[in-house]
Design a protein around this ligand. Structure first.
Ligand SMILES: NC(=O)c1ccc[n+]([C@@H]2O[C@H](COP(=O)([O-])OP(=O)(O)OC[C@H]3O[C@@H](n4cnc5c(N)ncnc54)[C@H](OP(=O)(O)O)[C@@H]3O)[C@@H](O)[C@H]2O)c1
Length: 330
């Protein structure tokens, strides 16, 4: 195999949208390394975490292509790989970082075969976000049928899948959104109660709906702007699941002042830790595929962009105007 060059959107220096630049970079001479598969991408998932990597909130080694999620075809296999062959349809939703490119080498033990009933674009929109909902609802806290719970940013990529998953198990999600335009979409996706947190008093509504008891669990991917609201919505010994910070990092808090009055629990989970082993990855992706097969969850791709326009996708995602999942097409 001669020198293979891949194009992609790379960050050489962390910063704003302008720091995302197109670069052509040679892949490893001689094909993928031991334990790796070479994947030609057909669809790439955009996730909020990509913006943290771009801006430097989450430090990464530079320069690097951004991205943790993509789908494509195996075009070569390295030594020691016996569970994949050339032509397989595969995807992944984890590091090593570097999905915003045309072709790359990726560890086979973190690669997932994509079932025939899911097309490439749907898979790229649902793998990372779907497995996030799986572990949040099954493993961080087991959501029960009939249970009311809080979930912020319900119209987003993770949010819309959460609405459908909750509805499928008969749980009653109280979902928050940032504008009235998003309300109908969230309600139609299975969310029981939709609150515009820029206009309404979320805690008051939650307390009304729970007869003053508060919810047992609050899922908060918004961070800085919703931290206190989430605390206010929880009942005694409730669980605060802080899984992201689209509005910014939660500032230093007084643990005693925030958590002692209601004896709350706090966890800061991540998909990368929940799906660390091959077995966990298979169970998690298997649960997501099962939900798709039974038509319990589906993905409307929110918006498609050319890979070269990844900076525009970041701009749109951070403007709070998007709903559902965004994907890049190489
Ligand atoms: N820990 C994990 O394992 C894990 C895995 C996947 C995702 N996540 C986290 O889950 C969250 C959702 O991810 P996603 O990719 O699906 O993104 P997303 O929800 O599609 O987009 C983020 C949403 O956050 C809301 N938001 C509130 N305040 C904001 C602000 N100041 N700036 C920008 N957005 C703001 C916006 O919705 P409104 O306008 O409706 O408020 C926006 O649409 C992110 O925090 C992400 O980091 C965590």
């Amino acid at each position: 195999m001669g020198v293979v060059v891949t194009g992609g959107v790379r960050v050489n220096k962390t910063g704003g949208f302008e720091s995302m630049v197109w670069e052509n970079v040679p892949l490893k001479d001689g094909g993928p390394g031991s334990g790796e598969v070479r994947i030609k991408h057909t669809a790439i998932g955009v996730n909020y975490i990509d913006t943290y990597h771009r801006s430097g909130i989450y430090p990464v080694e530079l320069p690097c292509f951004l991205g943790l999620e993509a789908v494509g075809r195996v075009i070569a296999v390295g030594s020691g790989v016996d569970d994949f062959k050339t032509g397989d349809r595969v995807g992944y939703a984890s590091g090593p970082i570097g999905a915003y490119c045309e072709e790359r080498d990726f560890p086979s033990d973190k690669t997932i075969k994509i079932p025939d009933f899911i097309d490439d674009e749907s898979a790229a929109s649902i793998l990372l976000k779907g497995m996030t909902v799986e572990y949040l609802f099954n493993r961080t806290y087991k959501i029960k049928k009939g249970e009311l719970f809080l979930f912020h940013a319900a119209a987003g990529g993770v949010g819309l899948l959460a609405c459908q998953w909750a509805s499928a198990i008969g749980a009653k999600m109280i979902g928050t959104v940032g504008s009235d335009e998003k309300v109908a979409l969230v309600r139609n996706s299975g969310c029981e109660v939709v609150v515009n947190y820029n206009k309404e008093d979320v805690a008051k509504i939650v307390m009304d709906k729970t007869s003053g008891a508060g919810v047992s669990v609050g899922y908060d991917g918004v961070g800085k702007n919703t931290f206190q609201t989430t605390i206010d919505c929880l009942g005694s010994r409730g669980l605060f699941v802080s899984f992201g910070q689209s509005s910014g990092m939660i500032p230093d808090v007084s643990l005693h002042k925030s958590f002692a009055p209601k004896n709350l629990y706090y966890t800061r989970p991540s998909l990368l830790v929940y799906n660390k082993t091959k077995k966990e990855l298979e169970l998690s992706s298997g649960a997501v595929f099962e939900m798709i097969k039974k038509n319990k969850i589906s993905v409307g791709v929110g918006k498609r962009y050319k890979l070269k326009d990844a900076a525009t996708a970041h701009k749109d995602l951070q403007s709070r105007k998007t709903t559902g999942s965004l994907i890049l097409i190489p």
